[in-house]
Write a protein that binds this ligand. Structure first.
Ligand code: GAP
Length: 514
């Protein structure tokens, strides 16, 4: 197994062992690509959602929230284009009978070439030491330039074939590149076919009267159909945004990579309604604003990059992904899409209702354009969690597993630990717990030696451990241990709240964005 594969396996097993993510219905052998969030996972997920919500809704006077239903009138999906165009190009291997997404086979092939580029960069880094200039090396080294040119030409041909619905050329590309079934090595492929990703269900008691519905494949359409309701009831003036978080469902074929690609997942989307003609300016604005939000979490600027789309979705005139360096390489984390007036116009057409905005300054009606930011909450969870999981070799040659989560997102903010289970120490520790729990999610732990308890909290990502010892009874001070540095400080009990707040309060983190 590769290093990447090893480290990803560790992420998955840590998530299970420490109560973050479980396979859904595991006692029945699970459901593929469907997961449950456990006691710590649900806290981390809630904190990510809240960090997004506050950055969008609370910090922007002209963005409001919405919680639309998952079930929507089926015409919604005809209007949005999902019934006709929400497809993946699939290819079957005739020998293994396994089904794959044809575009993913080609992208994985390119990712392997990208791996070669990374190897060359690492070698050169070693060779040149401090004088190494990465960007110059990438743009001038013959071998690297050759690899990059090959990737660009493959991806642009793939984009063109998909755009033109030329599925025969997608198959031809797979054959020319001699891409084999990753499981068996067979190159015996069928033709490429389109497959719709929406899950169907029925509404109604009897088979005759039942109405065919879909589980929403994105939350965005709930925002579009409510555009005028929100605008009128909130007396919103363009530009304004509507933000929503909620479940979405897709019958993904390549459902692997843990919570990266799920069949039931959660999105955090914001539609920004703007004047036609201003979309380029707002596209740049939201690209920058969303990257700032990511960087504010301190997970390393090198772990992010933009990927501007060549192949645009049926609704977009510009689109870019924020990609993150997951354990299996750079992949899409968030999309920023300039959606034109496609959605509102389509809903006008299919519903027969006007969805226009009267602009008092211009003294005219128009259909607003829309700028969308769309991020998968589960994917963000995976980014945060995998980036945080660290194994450190300590001075005494032991290994410490520590989840270096941004403190603002950590599920538990502090653990209160009596040094021993007697002499009145548990009582003091529980009083501290009772005081702190009004402000933070805190836990009490008295089991095992204190060193082991520290390690358990390190593995859960808890930023602070607070130890009550015999001196506490005299001096009303405790030892506070910082997760990442492992440094310990003697502080007054009455100062604990401020010390913790300074590191975990959302406002301190949000200030980095605004
Ligand atoms: N409304 C636009 C939209 O849905 P998308 O690129 O299809 O655009 C947006 O999805 C984001 O949702 C992605 O960037 C990703 O983070 C997340 N996402 C999409 N499909 C997913 C899946 N099957 N599992 C987990 N997250 C997914």
């Amino acid at each position: 197994m590769t290093n990447q594969g090893e480290s990803f396996k560790k992420v998955i097993s840590h998530a299970k062992e420490y109560g973050f993510v479980f396979q859904s219905s595991e006692i029945y052998d699970g459901l593929s690509a469907i997961y449950d969030y456990a006691q710590n996972g649900v806290e981390l997920k809630k904190n990510i959602r809240e960090y997004w919500w506050k950055a969008m809704v609370q910090m922007n006077e002209n963005i409001v929230g919405l919680d639309a239903a998952i079930f929507m009138h089926p015409t919604t999906w005809k209007a949005s284009g999902h019934v006709d165009a929400f497809n993946d190009p699939l290819i079957d291997n005739k020998d293994s009978k396994k089904r794959y997404r044809a575009d993913v086979l080609v992208e994985d092939y390119c990712a392997k070439i990208e791996g070669k580029i990374e190897k060359e960069v690492k070698k050169a880094e070693k060779r040149f030491g401090d004088s190494f200039d990465k960007s110059e090396f990438i743009s001038t080294n013959g071998r690297v330039v050759g690899y990059q040119t090959k990737i660009n030409s493959i991806l642009s041909r793939l984009a063109k074939s998909l755009e033109n619905e030329d599925l025969a050329d997608v198959k031809a590309l797979i054959e020319e590149l001699e891409i084999a079934d990753p499981l068996t090595g067979s190159k015996n492929w069928t033709d490429v076919k389109q497959f719709n990703l929406m899950f169907g269900t029925k509404l109604g008691a009897s088979a005759e009267s039942a109405m065919d519905l879909y589980l929403r494949p994105e939350t965005a359409q709930g925002i579009f159909v409510n555009f005028l309701n929100v605008q009128k009831s909130g007396r919103m003036k363009i530009p304004f945004g509507i933000a929503q978080t909620g479940k979405a469902f897709r019958n993904e074929i390549v459902a692997r990579q843990f919570i990266f690609r799920m069949r039931e997942f959660e999105q955090m989307e914001m539609q920004y309604f703007i004047k036609p003609g201003t979309q380029k300016q707002w596209y740049e604005h939201w690209k920058e604003a969303r990257m700032k939000w990511h960087l504010s979490l301190g997970m390393g600027a090198d772990n992010y990059r933009f990927h501007d789309h060549e192949k645009l979705a049926h609704y977009a005139d510009a689109a870019s992904d924020i990609e993150f360096k997951f354990p299996f390489g750079f992949k899409e984390l968030e999309g920023i899409h300039s959606r034109t007036d496609f959605d509102l116009s389509q809903h006008e057409k299919h519903s027969g209702k006007k969805l226009q905005y009267f602009d008092h300054e211009e003294n005219k009606n128009y259909t607003p354009y829309v700028l969308e930011t769309s991020i998968g909450l589960d994917r963000m969870f995976l980014a945060v969690f995998s980036n945080a999981l660290t194994e450190e070799t300590l001075e005494n040659n032991t290994t410490r597993t520590v989840l270096k989560l941004p403190a603002v997102l950590a599920p538990i903010k502090a653990a209160i630990l009596p040094l021993v289970k007697k002499d009145g120490l548990p009582e003091v520790a529980k009083t501290i717990l009772s005081d702190l729990k009004w402000d933070f999610n805190v836990v009490y732990d008295e089991k095992d030696a204190v060193g082991r308890r520290y390690r358990r909290q390190d593995a859960l990502g808890t930023p602070f451990c607070i130890t009550v010892d015999h001196d506490t009874l005299e001096d009303h001070c405790v030892t506070i241990r910082h997760r990442d540095s492992m440094q310990q400080q003697r502080v007054k009990i009455e100062d604990l709240k401020t010390i913790i707040e300074n590191e975990v309060a959302m406002k301190h983190w949000l200030k980095k964005i605004n």
